[in-house]
Design a protein around this ligand. Structure first.
Ligand SMILES: Nc1nc2c(ncn2[C@@H]2O[C@H](COP(=O)(O)OP(=O)(O)OP(=O)(O)O)[C@@H](O)[C@H]2O)c(=O)[nH]1
Ligand SMILES: [Mg+2]
Length: 317
């Protein structure tokens, strides 16, 4: 089941529409203003459009790419009217997203058993919440999940993951606060192997990319897990808070330089007008945006689907 072929269930689509409400509203208001009094897409309209995309947190280089594509389209199909602009824009952005690397078929590589996911990111971006949501998703697909509480840094961190494990109903491996995160990760994968689990999800402490010790700690966690499963972790999922806009780009830049991140999750898209950040992040990093967070509930995590995303982003309110 490829991500772009996956048919969204009605509830999923509604939750995506709702999650992107603020982003799409701002976007449309601005586009309508940009074309007022214009009958064709000329230099002026393109300049305005460029500003709008930048203001929507799509990012400079992705914006330039999109504008160039629109310019080519307009040159080809002479006298394109402004009423067609949103259709063209939608098509070009969708096309761009489809060209970028995507999550491939399904959620995880089922030939890896257990499939080990290590979740990383700066403080407060939504790592632990995303783990709870993921555990719920995997469990509802009939998979056996084990959580590892390798954020031993903060007193409340282990408790928070314990609560999620209880809500979702999956086992958790933990030690005391302050213990070695690598040791927790080791115990977790060992227990997962012994219990023939399908998926392991390891929570880690939030860290800034410029704190060398903490970044090195991730390498240590990885190495220790590899003593049990040589090719673990199969997924290093970097969680980014979409509501921080350009800051999320910066975090992605630094983390991807320091660790082998191979999947991204962009959270908190509900309640922000900065949803365009997903378009830019998907385009800028050769790493698939795999998940998006559209709320705080267990069910508020979606597999990212470029076409559905653009459709919701362009929804007239
Ligand atoms: N609205 C909304 N809130 C979210 C989403 N994802 C996470 N949150 C909230 O963001 C806050 C921080 O989430 P956590 O999961 O604790 O973040 P974390 O990265 O584990 O934080 P640290 O462990 O401190 O590094 C919580 O209040 C979550 O409920 C989302 O998609 N939408
Ligand atoms: Mg956490």
């Amino acid at each position: 089941m490829s991500w772009y072929k996956k048919i969204f269930k009605k509830e999923e689509k509604e939750s995506l529409d709702k999650g992107l409400e603020k982003s799409s509203q701002g976007f449309f208001d601005k586009i309508s203003k940009a074309v007022v009094g214009k009958s064709t897409v000329d230099e002026d309209v393109l300049d305005n459009l460029e500003e709008i995309l930048i203001a929507s947190d799509v990012g400079a280089s992705t914006t330039i790419k999109i504008i160039e594509r629109i310019e080519q389209r307009v040159a080809r199909d002479k006298f394109v009217g402004t009423d067609e602009l949103d259709k063209i824009l939608r098509e070009e952005i969708t096309g761009l997203l489809l060209e970028n690397p995507h999550a491939g078929s399904g959620n995880i590589d089922e030939t890896k058993k257990p499939y080990v996911i290590m979740v990383v990111g700066v403080n407060g971006v939504g790592k632990t919440t995303t783990i709870g949501k993921l555990a719920h998703q995997f469990k509802s697909e009939g998979k056996n999940v084990v959580l590892g509480a390798a954020d031993t840094f903060r007193a409340a961190a282990v408790d928070q993951l314990v609560i999620w494990s209880e809500i979702v109903g999956v086992p958790i491996v933990k030690q005391n606060m302050g213990s070695d995160p690598a040791s927790v990760a080791f115990d977790t994968v060992q227990s997962a192997v012994a219990n023939k689990a399908d998926v392991v999800i390891i929570d880690t402490a939030g860290r800034l990319h410029n704190k060398i010790n903490l970044m090195n700690e991730l390498t240590k966690i990885k190495k220790v897990m590899q003593k049990v499963i040589p090719d673990a972790p199969h997924e290093i999922l970097l969680v980014l808070d979409g509501s921080t806009g350009q800051n999320a780009f910066e975090q992605a830049k630094h983390f991807t330089a320091a660790t082998e991140v191979n999947a991204l999750a962009v959270t908190k898209l509900d309640g922000t007008a900065k949803g365009g950040v997903v378009i830019g992040i998907s385009d800028q990093f050769q790493i698939p945006v795999k998940y998006i967070g559209v709320g705080e509930k267990m069910t508020d995590l979606q597999l990212f689907n470029g076409a559905e995303f653009v459709d919701s982003f362009f929804k007239k309110r």
